[in-house]
Design a protein around this ligand. Structure first.
Ligand code: NDP
Length: 320
């Protein structure tokens, strides 16, 4: 049961690039935003090593350091950043109700959702061990580090197909492990993969183990699930592209989602189907999924929230 109640103008749920950018803009617009970080403050970027593609960092920066910079900038303008997770929401009436850590109820005039998505992993201990040291779930983020080298990628959906062709432009050779005898990806994407000379598709094959020297990845042990034959393939990088899960469980029944759980927003805006509730970043974008696009949509969410509140105030002034 919730015990305490507090009212805020703008509540931001989630602390990745989208949430922090929304916070910077909302704080500067004097909305006095309160942010709940979630259980992984900083989000997915805190699990990466170098970030070289975020404008403004000419020498590159580590993911955790970059998220520290985002947090400091949001706090500099007065964002109240709090550690905690939102356990449930009630969007049935205004103001919106949000329960934090299962005990505290916040009422909010506007809610900005930036809870992100979580990459799916194979679940191998060696995958965890070498995460950030040759293992990655984002080719666009980390492919550059494997320029001219050999890599492997697992997955057979559109993401894997797109990432394999991206990697093929940078790497010498890309081994693509497909667990069935066919792709899930669209025909056009499969055509592109099959027509890229330095991608070798290996069907009916799973990654059984990531091999390494204790520091970096040196190869993968591939298992043919039809014959049971295991083969070690020497590679420097291993990319997991088996899908993402948007962090939207608590919004089920309140917000419109697509069939895979991503929040739907009105095209060209961050508005959801509920008045005063906005969504930004990966939680509403399975397509671009970059820190910079998330940050851009975070800015949009804060502007949408500010304009929504201003329009409501104008309405009240006209009536009074
Ligand atoms: P998907 O869920 O579409 O595909 C996941 C892939 O990973 C499947 O091929 C699946 O295999 C495979 N997989 C899952 N678990 C494992 C495992 N443990 N070991 C090996 N392989 C595994 O996810 P995507 O991220 O590819 O795409 C998500 C959505 O985004 C889709 O709707 C897609 O169309 C869309 N998208 C569109 C793009 C575009 O239009 N350009 C680009 C990127 C994404 P199996 O097939 O055997 O189940």
């Amino acid at each position: 049961m919730s015990q305490e109640t507090e009212h805020v103008q703008c509540l931001i749920i989630g602390s990745g690039p989208a949430g922090y950018t929304a916070a910077i803009y909302a704080a500067r617009a004097d909305l006095k935003p309160v942010m709940y970080t979630g259980m992984q403050p900083g989000g997915q970027l805190t699990q990466t090593t170098e970030v070289d593609n975020f404008p403004g960092y000419p020498g590159g920066i580590t993911g955790p350091e970059m998220m520290e910079d985002f947090r400091k900038q949001a706090e500099r303008f007065g964002t109240d950043v709090r550690f905690g997770y939102v356990s449930s929401v009630d969007f049935s009436s205004l103001p919106h109700k949000v329960v934090v850590d299962e005990i505290k109820t916040i009422t909010a005039d506007t809610v900005i959702i930036s809870t992100g998505a979580t990459a799916k992993w194979l679940g191998l201990p060696s995958e965890q061990q070498y995460n950030g040291f040759g293992v990655s779930a984002c080719a666009v983020c980390d492919g550059f580090f494997f320029k001219g080298q050999d890599v492997a990628i697992v997955g057979a959906g559109d993401t894997a197909a797109e990432e394999a062709t991206y990697l093929a432009k940078l790497c010498r050779k890309v081994y693509m492990l497909v667990r069935r005898d066919e792709f899930r990806a669209s025909k056009a994407m499969v055509h592109r993969v099959l027509n890229t000379p330095n991608i070798e598709v290996i069907y009916n094959t799973e990654a059984k183990e990531i091999l390494g020297n204790g520091k970096n990845v040196t190869g993968i042990r591939a298992l043919n699930n039809q014959t049971g034959v295991e083969t070690d393939i020497p590679v420097e990088g291993f990319f997991v592209a088996i899908g993402h899960k948007p962090n939207t469980d608590i919004f089920q029944g309140w917000l419109d989602m697509d069939e895979t759980g991503y929040l739907k927003t009105v095209p060209g805006s961050t508005k959801t189907n509920i008045e005063g509730v906005f969504a930004c970043g990966d939680v509403q974008d399975h397509y671009y999924r970059q820190a910079i696009t998330a940050a851009g949509s975070g800015c949009m969410a804060a502007l949408d929230a500010e304009r929504y509140l201003a329009a409501k105030e104008d309405h009240v002034n006209v009536l009074s």
